[in-house]
Ligand binder design. Structure first.
Ligand code: HEM
Length: 243
C-alpha cells in the first residue's frame, strides 16, 4: 500500500510515525479472519468529564422531570357553548394602562354559561300582524269546485235565456242592483253576478258593493290575480256601451 502514500521529501529531524506493530492480543481478536470492533471505541466520552468543574458545581441534572402543574381552578360559571375563550381573571398588566379600545371589555352578546343575549339591533323583529283577508265561510255546496261544476252544467247563469250578448248602457246597468238581480261591469264586460254571490269567497256583501255599477277598480284592488273572465264566463250578459 505504500504506493498510495505520496513520497515525502526527507526532512532532517522529522520522521513519519510508524504504525504500532500488531501485538499478540490483537491477533487473538481475529476470529475466522474477521476483525471484531473494539467495544470501547463506540462509547462516547462523558460530558462533562467526571472530574470537571461543571460537574462539581451542577446541583442537579438540568433534564430532571418538572414538578406536576397544580390542578386548574374551574370557574363558577359553566363554559360557553361557543368556542371563544372568555377570560375571567384580568391579565396582570402592572402599571401599563389599557389602550382606549379595550378599557371596556366587549362581551359580544355572549351570556355567561353560553347562549346569546340578543338585544337591541340583534333582536328579531316582532311577528307581523297579518291583516284579515276577509274570506268568509262558504255554505255547503258552494265551494270553488261546486261553482266550476255549475258552470259546466249548462244551466242558465245569465238570466236572459235565449238572447245573445247585449249592449248594456250605464243606465241599464244601474237597474240591476238587487240580491236576486245583480249585474256588474268588469273591464268593459257586463256580468250577472247573482248566481255567484253565494260562491264568492269574499262574501255576498263584498260582491254586492259593485252591483249595478262598474266594479273593475274594486276588483283589481282586492284580488287582481283572480281570473274573473274564466270564473264568470257563463254569466256574461254583454258589453258596456255609452249611451
Ligand atoms: C265577479 C267578480 C268577482 C269574482 C269572480 C271574485 C272572486 C273571488 C275569489 C276567487 C276570491 C278568493 C281569492 C283567493 O282565494 O285568493 C275572492 C276573494 C275575495 N273577494 Fe272577490 N271576486 C269578485 C269581486 C269582488 C269584488 C268587487 C270585491 C270587493 C268589493 C271582492 C272582494 C273579495 C274579498 C274581500 C275577498 C276575500 C279576501 C281575499 O281572498 O283576497 N270580490 N273573490
Amino acid at each position: 500500500m505504500s504506493w498510495l502514500l505520496p513520497s515525502l521529501p526527507s526532512i532532517p529531524g522529522w520522521s513519519r510515525p510508524e504504525p504500532p506493530a500488531p501485538s499478540e492480543d490483537d491477533s487473538d481478536k481475529k476470529v475466522n479472519g474477521e476483525e471484531e470492533d473494539d467495544e470501547d471505541l463506540d462509547v462516547p466520552p462523558q460530558f462533562p468529564l467526571p472530574n470537571s468543574a461543571q460537574r462539581s458545581q451542577a446541583p442537579a441534572p438540568a433534564f430532571a422531570l418538572a414538578p406536576p402543574s397544580p390542578p386548574k381552578q374551574r370557574s363558577a360559571s359553566p363554559p360557553s357553548d361557543l368556542n371563544i375563550a372568555i377570560i375571567n381573571d384580568p391579565i396582570p398588566l402592572g402599571n401599563m394602562p389599557l389602550p382606549h379600545s379595550t378599557t371596556t371589555r366587549p362581551d359580544f352578546g355572549i351570556k355567561a354559561g353560553g347562549g346569546l343575549d340578543v338585544g337591541g339591533a340583534l333582536k328579531p323583529p316582532p311577528p307581523k300582524k297579518v291583516k284579515g283577508r276577509g274570506k268568509v265561510a262558504l255554505a255547503p255546496g258552494h265551494s270553488a269546485l261546486d261553482w266550476a261544476r255549475l258552470q259546466r252544467s249548462g244551466a242558465d247563469l245569465r238570466g236572459i235565456e235565449g238572447t245573445g250578448y247585449l249592449r248594456v248602457t250605464m243606465e241599464e246597468l244601474k237597474k240591476h242592483k238587487s240580491r236576486d238581480d245583480a249585474w256588474s261591469a268588469f273591464n268593459g264586460r257586463v256580468y250577472n253576478i247573482t248566481p255567484y254571490l253565494n260562491f264568492h269567497p269574499g262574501g255576498v256583501d263584498e260582491l254586492m258593493r259593485v252591483a249595478g255599477r262598474d266594479g273593475t277598480k274594486l276588483f283589481m284592488l282586492t284580488h287582481s290575480w283572480v281570473n274573473m273572465e274564466h270564473l264568470m264566463a257563463e254569466c256574461m250578459i254583454g258589453m258596456l256601451v255609452r249611451g
